[in-house]
Ligand binder design. Structure first.
Ligand code: C2E
Ligand code: MG
Ligand code: MG
Ligand code: MG
Length: 274
């Protein structure tokens, strides 16, 4: 019958729901443990300038080492972190670790920019700018070695205050990249008002590149637009030679993706790329 009673619905769904809650509580506990015992780890994915195959930088991507030793990827725990209000704590850890590692990586001849991701909740935290300033100071790093990846969602609620924060980050000397570009709230006029250095073309567009003409046109326009606005542009999620040559033919020379390397633990990253 069409009229399934809500009572039946609850009976039917409750085992799943309670499993979900159990799962989330487990992950929450793992996150707590990881924060306390230094079990959050960063992997690094190289960013390559393809005209001379030079390493220009890396993106720091967080992983969680569970108490049983297995490694969880962000997909498996960031949603829970968000829901349980632990995202800011994770981002603070990532920011500090990234700064420390970027400093070490640049202590020899390297000139690498290391980018870290910042969630909306951390970006909006009233202590955000202050915390960054303290960390920069603590490690005495040249701030131009560090880059912040922001997503378009940070502009949705309060454009003006996001703009002010970005100006403050620029003033500190950090690079700003707009992550997952094109998947959220992109507006040309806003883009022009923000002091952003770099646009990251989202993997989903790169995935579709060789499957659809419309993706080709879209990616071409993002690249041209970046050039016109005087912004750097990088493509993420590049896996094939074909994607690479299309991007190069349109003038996008910075590439991040499995074609060159998956995100790697620091020692392997250093051994292979530095
Ligand atoms: P993102 O910032 O867009 O990072 C790129 C994601 O694409 C990474 O997934 C990376 O491993 C994956 N990727 C890169 N190249 C390829 C490729 O060629 N093929 C495929 N299939 N995948 C590729 P990851 O590490 O699982 O991170 C997922 C998302 O989690 C990130 O997307 C970012 O939004 C978030 N994230 C990761 N670390 C942090 C963090 O420290 N703080 C915050 N706030 N978010 C983070
Ligand atoms: Mg990112
Ligand atoms: Mg991205
Ligand atoms: Mg992405």
């Amino acid at each position: 019958a069409l009229n399934v009673s809500s009572k039946n619905d609850i009976n039917f769904y409750s085992p799943d729901l309670s499993n979900l809650i159990k799962y989330e509580n487990l992950i929450e506990e793992e996150i707590y443990q990881a924060l306390q015992n230094n079990k959050l780890v960063l992997f690094f994915q190289p960013q390559i300038e393809t005209r001379n195959f030079e390493l220009i930088g890396a993106e720091a991507l967080v992983r969680l080492q569970k108490s049983d030793g297995t490694i969880l990827s962000p997909m498996d725990f960031l949603e829970v972190a968000k829901k349980k209000g632990l995202m800011t704590e994770i981002d603070r850890f990532v920011l500090e670790s990234t700064t420390k590692i970027a400093k070490e990586l640049n202590s020899s001849k390297n000139r690498l920019k290391v980018f870290f991701n910042v969630s909306k909740s951390f970006f909006e935290d009233e202590d955000f700018l202050n915390f960054i300033e303290i960390v920069l100071d603590k490690y005495g790093i040249d701030p131009s070695c560090l880059g912040v990846e922001l997503t378009e969602e940070i502009f949705i609620d309060d454009f003006y205050s996001a703009q002010k924060k970005i100006n403050a980050l620029k003033k500190m000397g950090l690079q700003i990249a707009l992550d997952d570009f094109g998947t959220g709230f992109s507006s040309l006029s806003y883009l022009n008002k923000l002091r952003i250095d770099k646009i990251k073309i989202d993997k989903s567009f790169v995935d579709d590149l060789l499957k659809s003409e419309s993706s080709k046109r879209l990616v071409s326009s993002i690249i041209s637009m970046s050039h016109i606005l005087g912004l750097e542009v990088i493509a993420e999620g590049v896996e094939t030679e074909e994607q690479l040559s299309f991007l190069q033919s349109k003038g996008c020379y910075e590439i991040q993706g499995y074609y060159f390397s998956k995100p790697l633990p620091l020692p392997e990253f250093v051994e292979s790329f530095c």
